[in-house]
Ligand binder design. Sequence first.
Ligand code: A2P
Length: 280
Amino acid sequence: MNKQVNLLTLADGQKMPQEGFGMYKITDQATITSAMKYAYDAGYRLFDTAQLYKNEAEVGTALKELALPREELFITTKVAEPNQGFKQTIASVKDSLHKLQLDDVNLLLIHWPIERAFFDTWAALEELKKEGLTRSIGVSNYQMIHLQYLATQAHEMPVVNQIERHPRLSQQPLLDYDKAHNIVTQAWSPLGRGTILNNPLLEEIAAAHNKSTAQVVLRWHLQSGVAFIPKSVHEARIKQNIDIYDFSLSDQEMAKINSLHDFTRVGKEPALVYEYNLKY
Ligand code: A2P
């Protein structure tokens, strides 16, 4: 199996693996430790957690137990809505680092844009980067309008925007905007939480390459130039999801997958989270 994962260069110079391992909804220690071991052994180096996932302490314990070399790893966490605000963000990130048993993370994201603390939270991220508690700063679930608004007061702009993206929500305008502004787009729920894997068109393309539909979808992300973080707790799937570097999709196949876009979200609508100040 070819384990090669491309490294993308962020606008601040840090290198980030294009493919990573998502940790959403994995909470018990044994499952986290085994999933991270399978993932590391398979070649993943980016591990994506969040305050919201309530598993930072378990991720920290797994990193220690597995003795994974810190310099090889790219660790992301995210500030949850109730912790937003200047002082609260700084305190909560120090708490996250304590739980993760790390001196810094590679990437710190604001999990969702909210109206209540829109600029203050970003100012806190800029401060945390200055203090060396994170190497890069970015956002998640920001739409074009949120990035444009942020630019009116930010001293530096996000280097990553992590958004919901899968074949039913291809996000082409936002991808183009991010690219034009030197922001790397990273797809969460790249498999649409598994909901698209029985799609007949994807099955047809998968059969032609002797791959699974999950591998076809991840290859589509790869060839779209975005970063992506599939999640699984099963060893065979974790391995399968990184075994996507020995085939390629034709332009015609890419276009067919793009045609599945129908604005379907598996997660929340960012504009509403912004207005209500919470994940409704
Ligand atoms: P599981 O953890 O039981 O393997 P996403 O990354 O889009 O959020 O999708 C994650 C969902 O897709 C999880 O429910 C995961 O289940 C499932 N999944 C992940 N990889 C595969 C795969 N290769 N084949 C089928 N289902 C998968």
